[in-house]
Design a protein around this ligand. Structure first.
Ligand code: HEM
Length: 407
């Protein structure tokens, strides 16, 4: 069998539009909005010859494929590699990269460890940390907000929430970026990421060991589930690893993207300050508008169809969450960032059985950060141009030169 990027080469149905393009081109990754519009214009599903894969980007189709775990599997990898045919670069995640019934067991344990009650209890520490960080930023005035704000907050609160006793902030941020780059094609981004894997992955596994965790964090809750016989101790360690791969870089990106949206839309910032009850909807709008996780894949586990078009077993389907979140058919005026939109049904946290299990924590972090900004900051202004950082799955900023002016 011929493999392309670690998955089966397919012969797509003749009814599928063919688009000779590269979804992982660096220029597309740093500025995807026009490319997403072209993707949606091509049809419900397109064939990308470069990767011998199908791709979806209209809202309804993307939602359908992404949530149809019976036909479109996660266990064969959420990147381009098909784990049934090629060896994954790390042992697969036992929550993200599994299907039911294996998924049902680990999902239950993770949902308990990150329940609304747990998120609420963490809220006080999140608020204190956000207040102190915003005070610090106001003292400095001008900052590079990716490092000094977006990375600084989650790398302070999240290891504490997990109960980590050894913390390497750089490794925590880089590990997420590596994991997300590794689910793309074998391009420069993935090559760069994998050269650093041995050093960072060794540190991550050591940091996830029970002996390195306190007995009162989210990590301890996973080991309690192991003690109760719900999962094994080894599985508990792997789930702590999932906290670290999925829970740091994503929220760093969420905070950076929120600052970018607010600095670019001063009238929306004024509206948010005037009505702090919009804090939560404003974050949902940031997620819809910028899709921190822009692209994940599924693999058809059997012969099936998308919008009536036959799809053969073993087909990789690249799902553009970012494009779906900008589909005018769903959102009317997607190009306008509006804090009061309340974009119910956005796909930034995924949808279906794999929908983000950490979303309570992410929302609690952003409540704290936006709450502190609203309370203390009058204006957020650019001091230079923002720069986006290409990543095969994450839509994140590399540089945010900003000035914060106190109330
Ligand atoms: C802005 C922040 C975040 C975004 C945009 C985000 C996005 C996503 C998306 C799109 C998925 C679905 C993946 C799929 O269906 O293949 C997902 C799943 C997941 N997320 Fe998040 N996430 C965020 C924060 C977090 C946090 C803070 C944690 C951990 C504390 C976390 C842990 C997970 C895990 C473990 C899964 C796998 C769930 C499953 O497969 O059942 N995420 N996330």
């Amino acid at each position: 069998m011929t493999l392309v990027e670690g998955h089966k080469q397919i012969a797509p149905d003749t009814a599928v539009p063919v688009w000779d393009t590269d979804p992982y081109d660096l220029e597309v990754l740093v500025d995807p909005y026009d490319w997403w519009a072209d993707l949606r214009a091509k049809g419900d599903v397109v064939y990308i010859p470069r990767y011998s894969a199908l791709m979806v980007g209209r809202y309804e189709t993307t939602k359908k494929v992404f949530s149809d775990h019976e036909n479109f599997l996660s266990s064969r990898g959420v990147g381009l590699d098909d784990f049934a045919l090629s060896k994954p670069w790390r042992p697969p995640s036992i929550i993200l990269e599994v299907d039911p019934p294996d998924h049902t067991k680990t999902r239950k344990v993770m949902s308990r460890a990150m329940s609304p009650k747990v998120a609420k209890a963490l809220g006080e520490d999140f608020r204190q940390t956000a207040d102190a960080l915003v005070d610090e930023i106001l003292e400095k005035g001008e900052i590079e907000a990716v490092v000094e704000f977006a990375e600084a907050f989650p790398t302070t609160v999240f290891p504490k929430a997990v109960g980590m006793t050894i913390v390497n902030k750089r490794h925590l941020v880089d590990y997420g970026a590596m994991v997300f780059n590794s689910i793309g094609p074998d391009n420069e981004l993935r090559k760069d990421a994998t050269t650093r894997v041995p050093e960072v992955a060794r540190w991550i596994m050591e940091a996830c060991d029970r002996s390195r965790l306190t007995d009162d964090g989210m990590g301890a809750l996973l080991f309690e589930a192991a003690d109760a016989g719900d999962i094994t101790a080894e599985e508990a360690s792997l789930l702590v690893r999932s906290f670290l791969s999925a829970g740091v870089d994503t929220t760093v990106t969420g905070i950076g993207n929120a600052l970018w949206c607010l600095a670019n839309n001063p009238a929306e910032w004024e509206a948010l300050k005037a009505d702090p009850s919009l804090t939560r909807p404003a974050f949902e709008e940031v997620l819809r508008y910028t899709s921190p996780v822009h692209t994940f894949c599924r693999t058809s586990g059997r012969d099936t169809e998308i919008s009536g078009i036959p799809v053969e077993e073993g087909t990789k389907v690249i799902c553009s969450l970012g494009s779906a979140n900008m589909d005018p058919e769903k959102w009317g005026d997607p190009e306008n960032f509006r804090v009061a939109r309340k974009p119910v049904g956005h796909l930034a946290f995924g949808v279906g059985i794999h929908g983000c299990v950490g979303q309570n924590i992410a929302r609690a972090e952003l409540d704290a950060v936006l709450g502190a900004l609203i309370a203390k900051v009058d204006r957020i202004e650019w001091t230079g141009d923002p720069v986006w950082r290409p990543n095969n799955a994450i839509h994140a900023l590399d540089r945010l030169p900003l000035r914060f002016i106190a109330k």
